[in-house]
Design a binder for this molecule. Structure first.
Ligand SMILES: NC(=O)c1ccc[n+]([C@@H]2O[C@H](COP(=O)([O-])OP(=O)(O)OC[C@H]3O[C@@H](n4cnc5c(N)ncnc54)[C@H](O)[C@@H]3O)[C@@H](O)[C@H]2O)c1
Length: 340
């Protein structure tokens, strides 16, 4: 396939980034159509990209024969429905995380993909961040020995709007799912047990919708690897995502809060500025995952992040939420045998 004709559904914070990357920065990609249910949002994008078709109803985009591949970046509650319809329409699919906030629906998408094999890549973009990729490469090359344990921190600079939070699946499914995926990726193993505690002190309004603003979770893996994860909406000072991997012959420290190459010196003193959000921190990763998606379509190779990664991470997220509710460790085998 010479070029891949792409459509993007959902032109919010992230969908716009994906659409702009496909329009201008991903080799062999052509952005041919976009959809957003808000006329103002859609009109603003198509005014800036006059050759791109704009559809208020995403069904029209899925029915468009000019579209080979679709990026689903709408609000989370629509992902599973849109993915199901995109599979039926025969489109290659890139889907933002999580696949659904309802684990049953996530598994239905997994089963449909087994019945109707379709190229499907999930948006765990940290696997495409240069620093995370470098760390993974060093472990694989044996530079620091074998990975023993991981500590990962994801602190958002504030709670999302309450309407977003309601439809997001909560802190663990919305945010910590990235750290769960990283832990599985570095561990090369599956989680056997989780233990977690959470609270909502800074944002009591989250408690009113059954959500939290802070979680600490300990994950034990089948091969003995241990991971400790912190998810938080409480870094008023910036977007703070960092991971440490301790290995048999060294350690890897990934990520930093400080904006590189900038400090401000005034009479008041020395100021260092911090990274403010995910679009800034993971700029390269968002471009990398789109490049990989288009490459996978062109080569027919399996994408690096699959629906199975989404299901496994969400099973662990579900166990973390259950552990917080009942105040006890949860074995993954119990989740699998008893249901969720
Ligand atoms: N991987 C990451 O780092 C990351 C970061 C942020 C968000 N996300 C995920 O991306 C998704 C979008 O997040 P966001 O922050 O861009 O949200 P957003 O609220 O800014 O944007 C969502 C957009 O989807 C549109 N939309 C809703 N229903 C639609 C429909 N039926 N048809 C067409 N458009 C529709 C809305 O009008 C809105 O413009 C979420 O699922 C979120 O979990 C992932």
């Amino acid at each position: 396939m010479e070029s891949v004709r792409c459509g993007v559904i959902g032109l919010g914070r992230l969908g716009t980034r994906h659409a702009e990357n496909l329009a201008a920065a991903v080799p062999h990609a052509q952005l041919v159509a976009v959809s957003d249910s808000q006329p103002g949002v859609l009109g603003a994008f198509t005014a800036a990209h006059p050759t791109v078709k704009g559809y208020l109803d995403y069904h029209t985009l899925l029915a468009d024969d000019d579209v080979d591949a679709v990026v689903i970046a709408s609000s989370t509650h629509m992902h599973a429905t849109m993915a199901t319809e995109a599979i039926e329409a025969g489109k290659a699919i890139f889907c933002e995380k999580p696949i659904s906030i309802d684990l049953d629906k996530t598994i239905e998408v997994q089963q449909l993909l087994r019945a109707k094999p379709t190229l499907f890549q999930l948006g765990f973009m940290r696997r495409f961040d240069p620093a995370y990729l470098n760390a993974k490469g060093q472990i694989e090359a044996g530079t620091v020995g074998r990975a023993i344990s991981l500590r990962s921190i994801s602190r958002d600079p504030g709670a999302p709007p309450i309407e977003f939070a309601k439809a997001s699946g909560g802190l663990v499914v919305d945010l910590s799912i990235h750290d769960i995926d990283l832990a599985r990726w570095f561990a090369h193993s599956e989680v056997s047990e989780v233990y977690a505690k959470g609270s909502s002190i800074r944002y009591p309004e989250l408690a009113q919708i059954g959500d939290i603003d802070h979680v600490e979770a300990i994950l034990t893996f089948e091969n003995g690897f241990v991971a400790s994860l912190e998810g938080s909406r409480n870094s008023q000072y910036g977007y703070d995502v960092r991971t440490e991997v301790v290995c048999t012959d060294g350690a890897l420290f990934i990520g930093e809060l400080e904006r590189p190459h900038l400090s401000t010196w005034t009479r008041e003193g020395l100021g260092r500025s911090t990274i403010q959000g995910f679009l800034e921190r993971f700029e390269d990763a968002y471009l990398g995952e789109m490049n990989a998606f288009v490459q996978a379509i062109r080569t027919g190779l399996q994408p690096a992040v699959t629906v199975d990664d989404g299901v496994q991470a969400q099973l662990v997220a579900t166990a973390i939420n259950r552990s917080m509710r009942c105040g006890a460790p949860i074995r993954m085998s119990d989740i699998l045998e008893e249901g969720w």
